[in-house]
Structures are given as C-alpha cells and as structure tokens.
Design a protein around this ligand. Structure first.
Ligand SMILES: [Zn+2]
Length: 81
C-alpha cells in the first residue's frame, strides 16, 4: 500500500499535531492525511480524547491507563450500533 509511510508519519506525529507543535506545512500534510485516512483519523480522535482527559485529571492519571479506558469506551460505542 502506497499510504503506509504516510500513515506511519501521521501516527508518529499525532501528539505534536494535536499540540500544534509542528511547522505549518506538516500540520497541513498530516491534517490532509487524517481527513482521507479513516484509521488514522480514528487514532487521532482517540489521542485527542486522551489528551483532554489527561488535562482534566491534572495529569494524575497515566496516559496508558486513559488510553485503555478510551479504547474500551469506543469499543462499547461500536457494540451499541
Ligand atoms: Zn493513514
């Protein structure tokens, strides 16, 4: 698949992307990729949620713990469909 390297790059930079820590051209490139790549967009949404949750707990909960909670929530939501 041609998109593989792009996916790796996008996933690699998700946190920087969410934090707006990338140069404009990379923000645009990764933003474009997320819009056209549902698996990466899903990962982006998960990471955004984790970031918001970490922020709301004042950083007291480990991101890995939040990640598994967010993933469980998403799995439940999919089941409900
Ligand atoms: Zn992708």
């Amino acid at each position: 698949m041609e998109g593989k390297a792009e996916c790796e790059e996008a996933l690699d930079r998700l946190f920087e992307y969410i934090d707006n820590e990338l140069p404009d051209d990379e923000l645009l490139r990764i933003g474009d990729h997320l819009r056209t790549c549902p698996p990466c967009e899903a990962e982006h949404k998960i990471n955004e949620k984790i970031k918001r949750m970490v922020h709301s707990t004042g950083g007291e909960v480990a991101p890995e713990d939040l990640r598994s909670r967010v993933l469980a929530t998403i799995r439940e939501a999919r089941h409900a469909d």
